[in-house]
Structures are given as structure tokens and as C-alpha cells.
Design a protein around this ligand. Sequence first.
Ligand code: C2E
Ligand code: MG
Ligand code: MG
Ligand code: MG
Length: 280
Amino acid sequence: AVKERGRSDFRFYQRQMNIGLLARVKLDQALRQALKQGRLQLHYQPKVDLNSGQVVGVEALARWHDEEYGNVLPARFIPVAEESGAIVPLGAWVLDQAVTQAGAWRKAGLLLPVAINISAVEFNQSGFVKLVAEALERHQVPGECLELELTESILVVDANEAMARLKSLRELGVRLSIDDFGTGYSSLAYLKRFPVERLKIDQSFVADIPGDQEDEAIAVAVIELGRALKLRVTAEGVENQAQLDFLKQRGCTEGQGFHFSKALPAPELTARFAKQLVKV
Ligand code: C2E
Ligand code: MG
Ligand code: MG
Ligand code: MG
């Protein structure tokens, strides 16, 4: 009976796996279709200077509303796109949109750099630097209007190659930051050599501060590391005043999160934050 059970469990498991695969394939096709038909959007979440209250930049986040699936979260479709390779055309679209928006803000006299998230799969394509250079060129936008949020996972494939690529991007004037800092594997030695200008404290370390002593210690350590290495430090996932007070008191200079705003369509962001925007 045990054997029998084991076998049917296995079949059940196998069926689940197939459903999982089929669902992923379907989602991937729907995503590619949505991309082709222009049904994806970028929303922008402000990064706020904790002392002045000014918006120092925005992060572009992909948004997908599908007729069949409803609102699909990036946490669901980005991993599928990374696995299928759809992240490449998706990323190219995000880059083009973000550079277009960055150029529009600049023409409007605003200093509002746009940050985009780059998956390791995108970063490790051989033509990645060229893709970025061409997007800036095409829209006549200076590199400093664009920021790339990278995770420590870009180092896994080939750290020397990654370093060379980061240098080329810096030569274009593009800003670089490390996203979800503290959740990856990079050593501090790399950090020293990396031409990045910002660390983003992962929201998992912000969620339970003040109160959780380990998370407090990690957040403070990242803030102090940033100060020592002369990097800007942005706390992600700031949701309330208590978190904000703690971070400010410990010397964190920038925050991002629902306490300030969720990601918004560009016109809503500029309207809502009109008084906090920096003029060129
Ligand atoms: P991320 O880059 O770390 O982005 C921050 C995520 O936290 C966003 O989720 C944002 O909406 C959410 N968030 C912001 N403030 C708060 C807060 O106060 N509390 C909480 N609980 N969450 C907050 P989102 O938009 O669902 O994106 C999730 C992840 O998907 C992103 O994490 C990023 O890694 C990835 N992603 C999103 N858009 C893109 C894209 O265009 N390209 C790539 N490659 N990845 C993307
Ligand atoms: Mg990010
Ligand atoms: Mg993050
Ligand atoms: Mg993340």
C-alpha cells in the first residue's frame, strides 16, 4: 500500500509539475503578446532625500494588466521572462521607455534620473552596453539621466567581464546602483572595486525596524558602509514614520517606499510631487 501511495503521489507530483510548466509557458506567451501590443506600462516610484524631502530620482517598475490574468505582479512574470528569455525584449522595451521619459523630464527642466532594474540575464548579453548606448543616442539623452539597478547576481557568471561592462557603462555617464543589497553573495572586496554610486538596502531589512535587533544592526551596517565608501544609500520599503525616524537618526540619506508613494504613472508622479522636484 505504501508503494502504491508513493507511486500515485509521484504521478500527482508529476502532474502538478506539468501544470506548472504549462502555466508558465502560457504566461510567457501572454506576456510576449502584451509587450508586442503595447499593453505593458512603466510606473515610477520616487526616491526621497530624507533631509530635504526632495525627490532625487525615480525607479521605473514594469506594470502589466492582462484581460485574462488581471494585474500580474513583476514577482510573477519577471522570473518567467528570465527563464524563457522574454526578459531580453522586455528589458529592451523598459530601457527605451525609461530613456524616453528621462529625456522628457529633462526637457521639462527637471533633474529626475530614471532607474531601471536589470536582470543578470540582460546584463550578461554580449550586446548589453551597446544597447544602452544606442538608447541614449537615439533619444539624445545624457547618460547621467539613467541609472541601472543591478543585483549582486551579475557577478556570478564572470566577475572580470562584469567589471569591464560596468566600467563601459560608467564611461557613458550612466549611474549604477546595487539593488537588494545584503541579500546576495558579493564580497566587500568587489564592492570596493565596483564603480557604483548607490546601495539600496533590501526591504527585508527595513520591514521590522525599529524593533528587530538583527535587522537594525544590518541596516546600520549598510548605512555606515555606504558612508565609509562614499556611496549613496537608499532604504527600500519604507512604509511608516517609525522606520523613517530610525533610518534618519542612523544617518541614512534616502528612502523609497509606500510611506512616500507607490509607483505611479509619470504624469501623476510629477503632479503629486511638483513641490519636491529638483530643477536642472
Ligand atoms: P525591486 O527592484 O527591489 O523593486 C522594489 C519593489 O518593492 C517593487 O515591487 C515596489 O513596488 C515594491 N515596494 C516599493 N515600496 C514598497 C513598500 O513600502 N513596501 C513593500 N512591501 N513593497 C514596496 P514590484 O514593482 O512588484 O517589483 C518587484 C521586483 O520585480 C523588483 O524589485 C525588481 O526586481 C523586479 N522588476 C520590476 N520591474 C522590472 C523590470 O522592468 N525589469 C526587471 N528586470 N525587473 C523588474
Ligand atoms: Mg529595483
Ligand atoms: Mg530592491
Ligand atoms: Mg527585488
